[in-house]
Design a protein around this ligand. Structure first.
Ligand SMILES: *Cc1c(COP(=O)(O)O)cnc(C)c1O
Length: 390
């Protein structure tokens, strides 16, 4: 007899994975032996620096690292994180209480609603288009997401005064992300101030996703939300070693900021996971010590790719503000197309994988995202091919 397996309402409520069709079509074209340029996924193509790998290899031999790691991360890692934050942003953090290492920031972003959402009445304000976990984490915790539109006319910043009063009053958490994936927009100090004011007014915890602060162009330096006065009173910031140090596979990140908020997240985590493999924590320390030479080299590579893609767009007659940060280019589809129909045409006819904007939320419709994760020659080839089919 077969038992009937019933998924939970929470699981059923998760939005469908919109990239399925593009993935399938890509597989078909790869199978035909075509030369596919994949600039769809936000995963760095450059390798993790060698000295980080060496530290992992050495530490993997140490028996002390073979056991369960300490729950809140080893002290030396938290201290190195505090030093990095001080050096990079001039923010002072207590390494005992105001820093929480994570198994990737996705893990922290996914788990945090469990600590602060009690029922469907509770709202989480999520950026749309945005990193999908803001929305799915809310649903898995049984809360209600409210989409804050990121629109070109507002420089892809949410307009807080447009959030209905009834929603604002029910809100427990807000997810924002600057430099932004997928729009590559950056935040102003003014905007962060407004966020803090809003958070106080409605008692909303702010979660700022800072995965891309280190990847920037043309002299732009991205701020930390925690640099704005009063930020630590209202929230936390998620940082990740993934994109910064080409370590997406290693699963190491951290949250920093408000002690009580971090304690809530830590309590959830202590019941879900048992920390980061200690050898990886030591490798993370090595990464944080790399310094500005590494940052400059990495950004020079992305800058060359960005310039190539941006010039390619100009050649196609597509005008956007040149991104100041992240390794994404977010651009409107030509007239007569939807996000999906354009992405599919580019895939089928130019054999270039780009991501339809509506996969990041309804307000991403009309846009597509390209990731600068192949070398500049391939970027040039990709834009040449796209131009030729328009
Ligand atoms: C890549 C990414 C993350 C997740 O990074 P991990 O630390 O590898 O989990 C979080 N937020 C945004 C916006 C991202 O693009």
């Amino acid at each position: 007899m077969t038992m009937s397996i019933e998924y939970s309402n929470r699981l059923k409520k998760l939005p469908p994975y919109l990239f399925v069709e593009v993935d399938k079509a890509k597989q078909g074209i790869v199978k035909q032996g075509k030369d596919v340029i994949d600039i769809g996924i936000g995963d760095p193509d450059m390798p993790t620096p060698k000295n980080i790998i060496s530290v992992l290899q050495d530490q993997a031999e140490n028996k002390a690292n073979h056991q369960y790691p300490s729950n809140r991360g080893i002290g030396v890692l938290r201290e190195e994180i505090a030093k990095w934050c001080k050096k990079r942003f001039s923010i002072s953090l207590d390494s005992e209480k105001e820093i929480l290492p994570l198994l990737g920031s996705k893990e922290g972003i996914g788990h945090i609603p469990v600590a602060f959402i009690s029922s469907e009445e509770d709202v989480v304000l999520v950026s749309d288009p945005g990193y999908p976990v803001y929305n799915s984490g809310t649903i898995l915790a049984g809360g209600t997401p409210y989409k804050m539109a990121l629109l070109k006319e507002n420089n892809f910043l949410p307009v807080l005064k447009d959030i209905p009063e009834t929603i604002a009053k029910r809100a427990k958490l807000m997810h924002i992300n600057y430099p932004n994936n997928p729009t590559s927009a950056v935040a102003t100090e003014e905007f962060f101030k407004e966020v803090i004011e809003f958070a106080h007014k409605y008692n909303v915890i702010v979660c700022h996703d800072a995965a891309y602060t280190e990847i920037s162009y043309d002299g732009y330096i991205a701020p930390s939300f925690l640099e704005t006065d009063g930020a630590k009173d209202v929230g936390i910031e998620f940082h990740s070693l993934s994109k910064t140090f080409n370590m997406t596979g290693w699963r190491i990140a951290f949250a920093a900021g408000n002690e009580k908020v971090l304690d809530g997240l830590a309590k959830v985590k202590s019941n879900m996971d048992s920390g980061i493999f200690q050898a990886v924590q030591y490798a993370g320390i090595e990464a944080l010590k790399l310094g500005s030479d590494f940052d400059e080299q990495r950004n020079a590579v992305y800058q060359e790719r960005l310039d190539a893609f941006y010039n390619g767009l100009i050649d196609m007659g597509i005008k956007i503000d040149k991104p100041k940060a992240t390794f994404y280019v977010w651009f409107p589809v030509p007239d007569g197309y939807t996000s999906k129909s354009f992405a599919m045409k580019v895939l089928r006819e130019a054999h270039v994988v780009i991501t339809p904007g509506n996969g990041f939320g309804e307000f991403g419709e009309g846009y597509v995202r390209a990731a600068l994760t192949v070398d500049a020659d391939r970027i040039k080839e990709a834009t040449k091919r796209i131009k030729s089919i328009l």
